[in-house]
Design a protein around this ligand. Structure first.
Ligand SMILES: CC(C)(COP(=O)(O)OP(=O)(O)OC[C@H]1O[C@@H](n2cnc3c(N)ncnc32)[C@H](O)[C@@H]1OP(=O)(O)O)[C@@H](O)C(=O)NCCC(=O)NCCS
Length: 233
């Protein structure tokens, strides 16, 4: 068999029509039987759940779930299973599945900030495998599994670097607005009334005018930040 870099692997997204393939692979690779919820989550993750084909044979799979991080901290990807049939291991197929998935994270519409998974504490092969992709052990959970020995697991996690989020240089308009905000801060510190009266002849309460102006600018500022992120692909 060829070296990993020689092996040609193609991928197919899991949908209803090929869900059975994923079920069969999971059954032969993992010592756990997965319930319907597992497959509903897997299908919901779209392209993140896929099959790997080598020489027209379906030999590997990755099943993922997308989760919102608590506190509005972005989206994270949970790898529920990633496996390759035993005769096809150490050929780079697992690496190709994971690499493809990490690339998809970088290209995702909603930026994915973390990828994580659970692995049995005695699964040295998987731990080595994930470490090669800079995953780190962040936690050990005792008695995580109910029907397998050992029942303990490690949580392996890879934080996706901020540089991998799509941030483009801030445009000049945004900088100008940022600078415009400075006088508002000055007004907060005590000289706001005078400036508001001088700028506008209308007879609204000058303190309210300052507040309204600040809100208007903050809205424009936030809209610009949003558009920077939305148009940064
Ligand atoms: C973990 C698993 C997916 C790796 O798939 P694979 O296709 O064999 O992995 P690769 O060939 O891409 O290996 C990449 C690297 O991972 C490490 N690795 C993989 N298997 C290893 C093993 N048995 N022992 C030590 N290191 C191993 C090596 O560093 C390897 O690089 P190298 O071959 O150049 O030395 C596969 O062993 C598997 O399906 N295991 C059963 C299911 C499982 O435990 N999944 C993980 C939990 S979700």
């Amino acid at each position: 068999m060829g070296k990993p870099q020689d092996v040609h692997v193609s991928f197919d997204t899991v949908r209803d029509k090929n869900l059975m393939q994923l079920k069969k692979l999971n059954l032969s690779i993992f010592p756990v039987t997965y319930q319907d919820k597992f497959y509903t989550d897997a299908l919901s993750s779209g392209d993140f759940t896929k099959l790997a084909y080598y020489a027209d044979l379906c030999v590997g799979c990755i099943a993922c779930r997308l989760e919102k991080k608590e506190g509005g901290g972005g989206v994270r990807l949970y790898i529920m299973t990633l496996g390759v049939l035993a005769p096809y291991r150490r050929m780079g197929i697992g690496s190709k599945l994971l690499k493809k998935t990490l690339e998809q994270c970088e290209q995702s519409e909603s930026p994915i900030v973390e990828v994580y998974l659970h692995v049995q504490t005695n699964n040295d092969a998987a731990i080595e495998f994930y470490k090669k992709f800079d995953f780190e052990i962040t936690e050990e959970i005792k008695n995580y599994y109910k029907h397998i020995e050992p029942p303990d697991c490690f949580v392996l996690s890879k934080i996706l670097a901020p540089s991998k989020l799509r941030v483009v240089p801030v445009d000049l308009k945004l900088l100008a607005i940022t600078e415009e905000l400075e006088p508002c801060r000055g007004e907060e510190q005590g000289d706001g009334k005078q400036r508001a009266v001088a700028r506008s002849p209308d007879d609204r309460d000058p303190v309210n005018r300052v507040q309204e102006e600040k809100e208007r600018r903050a809205f424009t500022f936030n809209s610009n930040i949003k558009s920077v992120f939305l148009h940064s692909r």
